[in-house]
Design a protein around this ligand. Structure first.
Ligand SMILES: Nc1ncnc2c1ncn2[C@@H]1O[C@H](COP(=O)(O)OP(=O)(O)OP(=O)(O)O)[C@@H](O)[C@H]1O
Length: 338
């Protein structure tokens, strides 16, 4: 019975720092029990978006609905369903134990604290003896894991993670990734994550969204190309696909070799008259976009899947079917490097 409520629905959101507009989202729908990956270059508005959906800041304009309710009318209790691990989490100048139970105390939920602290510590790969340590007796990776344990102990409905593994050692990074997965498995926690570990995020998330200069690149319209890159004679980065086709990204010689490229679907063209520099691709699927009156077309170039949106007429005129061979042109001057 009843209409399915989305976890979040954002409408016409803007946010400013002083006079500068740093976020501009017409519409964004997020559903529960998913891992949502948030991509975008530095300064694109990811942390700003997180501060709004964790109810720390309020948008200047627009509405945020959380589980169907207008965020302006949300009760404190509902807001507590959302927990954020910020980019540089703050530890209280107290023991690890005090840090981990802090949120539970705020929620008046203080049964079996000792047992629950041990459990939370173990989830992030720390032994129970850590609870007696002081906040300043931890390595950077351990401090980050304590900060995460303090969130996991709350068994949140939504856990927002802003660069959870940046600046920590590889062992801690691995343990953090495992711990957040466990939260999803055990409590169906929705995870909303930004990370510079693009490969990991790309492979783990169920849904991708991307921000570019504060604007949302609509979900389902993002195409990401990951390293490794080759270099051409002008030191530009080149993607060589497994079928030996190549795409050269002009003026990319200053980009780092671990960068990823984000291509908006609207900058990809199929079956143009001018076939120079076009790539051979095969359509893998065509389905109706649930949010728009457009068809989502997925195609594969050398093992990598891309997507574009086309109208029904364009599909008909080009006689496109799953399995059709097509020629694809990517406007490499419009791509965004992350
Ligand atoms: N307190 C502030 N005062 C002024 N401008 C700010 C403030 N915080 C952020 N900004 C600006 O807002 C924009 C978005 O910043 P935000 O931190 O949301 O980006 P981000 O995608 O999370 O970046 P990063 O990956 O570097 O954390 C940037 O242009 C940033 O300079």
């Amino acid at each position: 019975m009843g209409i399915m409520k989305h976890l979040y629905e954002l409408e016409n959101i803007t946010y400013f720092h002083e006079d500068k507009k740093v976020l501009n989202i017409d519409k964004l729908i997020l559903d529960e029990k998913q891992i949502i990956g948030v991509f975008g270059p530095n300064g694109s508005g990811k942390s700003t978006l997180f501060s709004l959906i964790s109810f720390i800041n309020k948008p200047k304009n627009g509405n945020i609905y959380f589980q169907g309710k207008d965020s302006k009318k949300l009760e404190h209790k509902n807001k507590q369903d959302v927990v954020i691990l910020p980019q540089n989490p703050y530890l209280l100048k107290k023991s690890v134990y005090e840090n981990i139970i802090y949120g539970l105390k705020l929620r008046n939920d203080t049964n079996n604290l000792n047992y629950r602290v041990d459990e939370a510590l173990s989830q992030v790969g720390l032994t129970s003896s850590f609870k007696y340590r002081y906040y300043n007796q931890l390595s950077g990776g351990e401090a980050q894991r304590v900060a995460l344990a303090a969130r996991l102990i709350l068994k949140p409905k939504v856990l927002i993670l802003d660069e959870p593994t940046s600046g920590v050692d590889t062992n801690s990074a691995q343990l953090i990734k495992e711990a957040i997965f466990l939260a999803k498995q055990k409590w169906d926690t929705t995870l909303i994550i930004s990370s510079h570990d693009h490969n990991w995020l790309n492979h783990t998330c169920d849904k991708k969204i991307a921000l570019f200069q504060g604007n949302l690149v609509e979900s389902g319209s993002i195409n990401l190309i990951f390293p490794p890159w080759q270099k051409d004679e002008n030191a530009n980065l080149v993607k060589e696909f497994i079928d030996n086709q190549k795409i050269v990204f002009e003026n990319s010689n200053s980009k780092k070799k671990d960068s990823i490229v984000m291509i908006n679907s609207k900058d990809i063209y199929i079956n143009c008259k001018d076939e120079k520099n076009s790539l051979d691709a095969v359509i893998s699927s065509i389905y109706k976009d649930p949010l728009e009156n457009k068809m989502q077309v997925e195609f594969v170039i050398g093992g990598i899947t891309f997507n574009i949106k086309l109208s029904k007429e364009e599909i008909k005129d080009n006689e496109l079917f799953p399995g059709s061979d097509i020629k694809v042109k990517i406007d490499t001057s419009k791509v965004c490097w992350i």
